[in-house]
Write a protein that binds this ligand. Structure first.
Ligand code: SER
Length: 316
């Protein structure tokens, strides 16, 4: 990777991936685009374009102008939001991916696109979900993620495009909010605990899901693109896991720092159904073996860091 384009850089992952990639590769070698200009200032601290990921012509011009060799396509409508407008979710999720893949084919770029735990469904084994297993999701988000995995592998085998991907769990972060996912409770809880010492959770007790702290997610996105291609047996996409907990376990961890924190439940049937169809915890041994995946944060480290960072920011 020398000249990188991040498409959809203003979102939850992009706002932090941009900073890390600019630290490594230099400010001018990491170009960002987003549909909106009202995004984290750091994303705009370097070459930045307001651009619709569905506008292939503009994306191609940016790739030419900056001699881009690697595209991070981070555009996606998440699982819960997608169910409110499935047609639009498909158009955005697949449209942005197809533009990235086509431009990569024409201009010889590598492509990273996140897949997700959402690519799995009810018929997938939920415990220790294997790398290669049944993938029959029942959300439009999941359908677009499985399709994206297949399409990315197709572009690799058919055209030789260097496509790589990881199946991200719910990502916990403190810079930009996720907005519209089923795993968002694990971010919201921190903001509410610090502001009000109280949180009403939309998933029920006992709902185990894979989660990951943002620094580990950023490492995954960078390390897979830097991996030696001769070692990759899989490409699109690798299971990557770090944490697996239910709402009660997270609330108990928060209470260690904020003893009078209380959590109650008001279950949202739509998001509960989605969560119930996803793995409790994935087997990520392929990622560990093929490119050295090794997350750093456990539940207690992540909780401590989230509370420290957000307490400073929210109490200003
Ligand atoms: N965080 C995503 C969601 O909940 C899963 O990849 O939609």
């Amino acid at each position: 990777m020398k000249n990188i384009l991040i498409v959809g850089a203003g979102g939850q992952i992009g706002s932090e991936l941009t900073v890390k990639l600019r630290d490594i590769y230099g400010k001018n070698n990491v170009v960002t685009t987003d549909l909106n200009s009202d995004i984290n200032e750091k994303v705009k601290d370097g070459p930045f374009y307001v651009s619709d990921a569905l506008d292939a012509k503009k994306m191609a011009e940016i790739v030419d102008k900056h001699k881009i060799d690697t595209i991070y396509n981070l555009v996606a409508m998440l699982s819960a939001k997608g169910e409110h407008n499935p047609q639009l979710a498909w158009k955005i999720n697949m449209g942005a991916l197809m533009n990235s893949l086509e431009i990569a084919r024409e201009k010889n770029c590598a492509v990273f696109t996140p897949s997700s735990i959402g690519a799995f469904g009810e018929s997938t084994p939920h415990k220790n979900t294997p790398q290669d297993t049944i993938m029959r999701p029942n959300t439009i988000y999941g359908v677009s993620k499985v399709s994206g995995e297949l399409m990315s592998d197709y572009y690799f085998t058919r055209f030789g495009v260097d496509t790589r991907s990881v199946r991200f769990p719910g990502i916990i972060s403190n810079v930009t909010l996720p907005g519209g996912g089923t795993t968002d409770y694990a971010v919201d809880i921190f903001y509410e605990a610090i502001r009000n010492k109280k949180y009403t959770c939309f998933l029920k007790e006992g709902t185990f899901l894979d989660m990951m702290y943002m620094p580990d997610a950023i490492d995954a996105a960078i390390n897979i693109m830097e991996a030696d291609p001769s070692k990759l047996i899989h490409r699109n996409s690798f299971n990557v896991s770090a944490l697996s907990f239910d709402p009660e376990m997270l609330a108990n961890e928060v209470k260690k720092h904020i003893p009078d924190f209380v959590m109650d439940y008001d279950v949202d049937p739509i998001r509960q159904k989605i969560a119930d169809s996803w793995p409790d915890n994935m087997d990520d041994s392929a990622a560990r073996e093929e490119w050295g995946w090794n997350p750093k944060y456990n539940l207690s480290d992540m909780t401590k860091d989230m509370i420290e960072v957000l307490s400073k920011r929210l109490k200003k």
